[in-house]
Write a protein that binds this ligand. Structure first.
Ligand code: SF4
Length: 205
């Protein structure tokens, strides 16, 4: 079973507690106005990787991590792949799983009545991004979204009790610059022009 992904990035120190691996799923048709990840909307772009290969990449990482964050794009629009992957992670590693979705929890329960996601996900952030309610303080993109901890299959609405950096910039081994987190649009623009002034012309991935 293949999974259409945009990228896998590590380490990231936001979008969930501790030191994490970030997986960005490719493809989303929810079209929230002001989405900062519009390059992840297309269901034709990205890499098409076997779920098991993605799992092996993560299992074989030499450093220790606390968890995995799955974002996108819309992770639930490749539901079978999502479930297969989080099943492997939960049964074969100690990593916790935080997942972002543009669907609200009640939509998920209608769309995916097997409820399997509630078995394997530890933390869920739900709801469309609403530009007029942009939140730049912690792990949510906009104030209307909710943060849940899932315990024994029950999603409990709560505030995140960990300190998260708003966003961060790292350089991968391949020399790519990557950003993780929830910046204001002007933050990225300013960073790109600062880099360009120093002669660094990079495109954020
Ligand atoms: S659900 Fe997420 S990726 Fe999809 S349009 Fe909304 S903010 Fe963008």
């Amino acid at each position: 079973m293949n999974w259409r992904l945009s990228k896998i990035q590590y380490p990231i120190y936001n979008l969930g507690p501790g030191k994490r691996i970030g997986i960005w799923v490719q493809g989303c048709n929810l079209a929230c106005e002001g989405c900062i990840n519009q390059m992840l909307w297309s269901k034709r772009k990205g890499k098409y990787l076997p779920v098991y290969e993605v799992f092996n990449i993560i299992k074989n990482l030499e450093e220790d991590y606390d968890g995995i964050t799955i974002s996108g794009g819309e992770p639930f629009q490749q539901y079978e792949q999502l479930i297969a992957f989080i099943y492997l992670i939960k049964t074969q590693t100690k990593l916790n799983i935080q997942c972002y979705t543009g669907y609200e929890l009640n939509e998920l329960s209608t769309l995916y009545q097997d409820g399997l996601y509630l078995k394997f996900i530890d933390y869920l952030v739900d709801g469309r991004y609403v530009q007029s309610q942009h939140e730049n303080e912690n792990i949510k993109g906009s104030k209307n979204q909710n943060y849940y901890q899932i315990i024994n299959g029950e999603a409990i609405k709560c505030d995140s009790d960990f300190k998260s950096k708003k966003w961060s910039v790292n350089v991968s081994l391949e020399g790519d610059i990557y950003m993780a987190g929830i910046p204001k649009k002007s933050d990225i623009k300013n960073l790109i022009s600062d880099l360009q002034r120093k002669g660094i012309h990079k495109i954020f991935k």
